[in-house]
Every structure is written in structure tokens, then in C-alpha cells.
Design a protein around this ligand. Structure first.
Ligand code: ZN
Length: 429
């Protein structure tokens, strides 16, 4: 018989998307809640006293007033950039050449890659993140390193070999053929093994030839159950560059679309400066857009149109974009999404921010039936928040009149000190 664990505390779960449904109808906040975990799965959810009476044999962990939620899902990151996070003074293209490419060069060394992969998963777990979708480097060693590290922790993960066959330095380019061959071998090795999912990963159009993008499209057509992750329309200069590299393309999206890389399961990081055609096409094809707000302000990229894209019905996730993003924390990322919303004239509700960081990102990864929410049958990836983790937060939340008012200071000012515990696959991490 599997042993069961009953977690007691406040609980937050969603029955609908608060971007489209009123917060009161979409979000369920239980001040005396309980979550029963059995065999890595959420087996029951309910009111504290009733659950204790129903499951007297379960081992109990009492979190008091702490808030139990789904673990955070970071839908776009670059784990190889862990050690160069917060590098000063550059915009996208210069930032890649100055900081990113020299660091990524080191990941052909499996020992080095494993060290950073472990460090990255330690840092993200400490920040309450239980699933990430990450780019690797061009080296297969970098892909094995992160999948192995995640498997040791029983952690759900999406990753893929970053493919680049032009506009990258010597030692950091593959070819159309080797990009295809290596990606295929890694995909066959890892996709669907334990909790691993493979994402076909061309970095972005400027660093792939049309031949490589075509090869990626062929591979995706052969393995349509995989995800495909890349970048789209992050900076204005980048879009000009793409125009020069692909003079026949209708727009940036078309540089992917013409090679079969736009469809359900495609994850487009950033998606800031979009044309009406690109927006309509991505909506029609149910593409996932991934908002990376700390990155967008840090690198000076622009302001994502959350309100407009939400109204159009796009599938939208939230992400750190480590290390273009300036934080490993999805709390800080929610705060930045709030700030960008304010700069565009919309105040996102704490429920909307929290939904984006959990179920929204899970939907972007097409894993919403497995992760990103507290509900019976979901995988038991949970984060427990202390809503009074610092004196500044505690004195503000003490004044709260509603649960949302108690949560918002932690979203805006919280960090890893707010993460009381993390449960991954039903085990305390
Ligand atoms: Zn990125």
C-alpha cells in the first residue's frame, strides 16, 4: 500500500482561467484546506477537518497559515546561462555575443554541464519552481546533463538541444544535418522517459539557415507529439536582422511557418513586436506565447501586450528567460508582469498573475492535465508559501482584508525566503 501524506494549510486552486472568467468563479481559496498526496498524485482536496476525519491514517504535515499552491512552471529558460545571469550593459545581439556564447561554449564538457544543471535545478527549486522548459546548448552533453539531473529529482522537465548553424562563433555551430541527427537521437533517448519531454529547439531564425529550419520542421513532422521552442520578435533590431536574412518572408513568424515550425505545441518566447498577421496566424494555429517580463525590461526589449493577446484568446505562459531574465524566481517574474501590465494600462489581478505562473504556463506546455494546479489526479508538484516571509511583507500582509491582499505583497516583494517547502512528484524536495 502506498503511504499517503496529508498537507494542511491554506490552499489555492483554479477551476477556470481568471484571465477570462471572474476571479471569484475561477479561483478557489480555502483558508482551512488540505491536500492528500498518494503515490506522487494528488488524491483528494478539501476542507481541513473533513479531510483529517476521512484520512486518519495519513501522515500529516501542518503548514498552519502558509499557502499551498501548485508548483511554479517556468515555460522558457536557458539553464546554461545560470552563471552569467545579471550581466551588465548589453542589448540582445551584443548580450549574446559578449556573455552568452562564450559561456555556452563550455557545455561540451559533460562534467561542467552537469554541475550547472544541478545548480540550476537547485536554484529553481529553492524558488518554488517544479517544472521548467529550458534551452540547452548545441552540445548533446548539455541535454543529457539536464535530463539526467531532473530524472534524479523525479522532476517534470522540457528541454532540447539548441540548434545554430550560422551567426554564432566557431565551436558553437552545428549543421542542418548534425542538428537534425543529434536532436533526433536525443529525442528518441529522452522524450517520454519518466517525466521528461523533448522540445525541438532552433534558437531563433538569425542563427539557423533555411536548411536547418527545414530540417527542424521535418523532425517535428516526424515527432508531432514533441514540443518546439524558439524565440520570436523580442527586439526591433532583431526583427530588422531577420528581414535582411529572409528577404522573401512575409514577417518574422513566416521564417518559421514556411518550414512547418508553427502549430500546436510551438512555444514562442517573447512575442512582443507582432504584426496583425502574426497574431492572427498564431491564434488560428493555437501557438503558445511565452511572456518573459524580467528579461524584456532587463535587456530593454519592449512591453508584451498581455491584455490584447489575452482578449484575442491566445495561449500564454509566463517565464523567467534565465539568464536574459534577471531572476530565477517566478514571484519576481509575476511582479515584472504586473509592472509591464501597468505600463500598458492594465493592472493584472494577483489571481491572474498566479494563474499565469502555474496553469497558464502548464497550458503553454500542453501539460495542464498533469501540472500547474491543485486538483484530484494531478501530479503532486506543490509549493508552500510563507505569506509573511520578511518584516516588510509581514507588516503589509497583516493589514490585508482579503486573501488576495495578503498574497500580493509576496508576489511583489517575495523571493526564495517566501518558499517554505517544495513537493516534487509527491516528495518533499
Ligand atoms: Zn530565451
Amino acid at each position: 500500500m502506498t503511504s499517503s501524506v496529508l498537507l494542511l494549510g491554506q490552499t489555492l486552486s483554479f477551476t477556470a482561467n481568471p484571465m477570462h472568467t471572474s476571479v471569484d468563479d475561477a479561483a478557489h481559496w480555502q483558508t482551512h484546506g488540505a491536500v492528500l498526496i498518494e503515490g506522487g498524485i494528488i488524491a483528494a482536496v478539501g476542507e481541513r477537518d473533513a479531510m483529517r476525519a476521512r484520512y486518519p491514517m495519513a501522515k500529516t504535515v501542518d503548514y498552519g497559515d502558509h499557502l499551498i499552491t501548485a508548483g511554479f512552471v517556468d515555460a522558457h529558460a536557458h539553464y546554461p546561462q545560470t552563471a552569467i545571469i545579471a550581466s551588465w550593459g548589453k542589448r540582445l545581439i551584443d548580450w549574446l555575443s559578449t556573455y552568452t556564447f562564450p559561456e555556452e561554449m563550455r557545455f561540451g564538457d559533460k562534467t561542467f554541464a552537469t554541475d550547472i544543471a544541478q545548480r540550476y535545478l537547485d536554484l529553481t527549486r529553492a524558488n518554488g519552481t517544479t517544472t521548467v522548459a529550458t534551452f540547452c546548448t548545441i552540445h548533446p552533453e548539455s541535454v543529457d546533463a539536464i535530463f539526467e539531473a531532473a530524472e534524479q529529482r523525479g522532476q517534470r522537465i522540457v528541454a532540447g538541444k539548441t540548434c545554430m548553424d550560422r551567426n554564432a562563433p566557431d565551436g558553437l555551430r552545428d549543421t542542418a544535418q548534425s542538428g537534425y541527427d543529434d536532436s533526433k537521437a536525443l529525442l528518441q533517448k529522452w522524450h517520454g522517459r519518466e517525466r521528461a519531454s523533448y522540445a525541438i529547439t532552433p534558437r531563433f531564425s538569425p542563427t539557423s539557415t533555411p536548411e536547418q529550419l527545414e530540417a527542424m520542421g521535418t523532425l517535428w513532422a516526424e515527432h508531432p507529439d514533441c514540443l518546439m521552442q524558439t524565440h520570436l520578435s523580442e527586439q526591433v533590431d532583431e526583427i530588422e536582422w531577420v528581414k535582411n536574412l529572409f528577404p522573401d518572408a512575409r514577417d518574422y513568424l513566416d521564417t518559421y511557418e514556411r518550414f512547418g515550425l508553427v502549430g500546436p505545441g510551438a512555444l514562442m518566447g517573447h512575442a512582443i513586436h507582432l504584426t496583425p498577421r502574426e497574431r492572427a496566424r498564431m491564434k488560428d494555429l493555437d501557438v503558445s506565447l511565452v511572456h518573459c517580463p524580467t528579461s524584456n525590461t532587463f535587456i530593454g526589449s519592449g512591453l508584451f501586450d498581455m491584455q490584447g493577446l489575452t482578449a484575442e484568446g491566445h495561449r500564454i505562459g509566463l517565464a523567467t528567460d534565465t539568464g536574459g531574465g534577471s531572476s530565477f524566481s517566478m514571484l519576481r517574474t509575476m511582479a515584472a508582469a504586473y509592472e509591464i501590465g501597468q505600463l500598458r494600462g492594465t493592472a493584472l489581478h494577483p489571481a491572474q498573475l498566479y494563474w499565469l505562473a502555474t496553469q497558464g504556463s502548464a497550458q503553454a506546455l500542453r501539460m495542464e492535465d498533469k501540472i500547474g494546479n491543485i486538483a484530484v489526479g494531478m501530479e503532486a508538484d506543490l509549493t508552500v508559501l510563507d505569506l509573511s516571509s520578511t518584516p516588510a511583507i509581514a507588516q503589509r500582509s497583516a493589514r490585508a482584508n482579503t486573501p488576495w491582499e495578503a498574497l500580493f505583497p509576496t508576489i511583489m516583494m517575495g523571493d526564495d525566503r517566501a518558499i517554505k517547502d517544495v513537493w516534487i512528484n509527491g516528495k518533499k524536495g
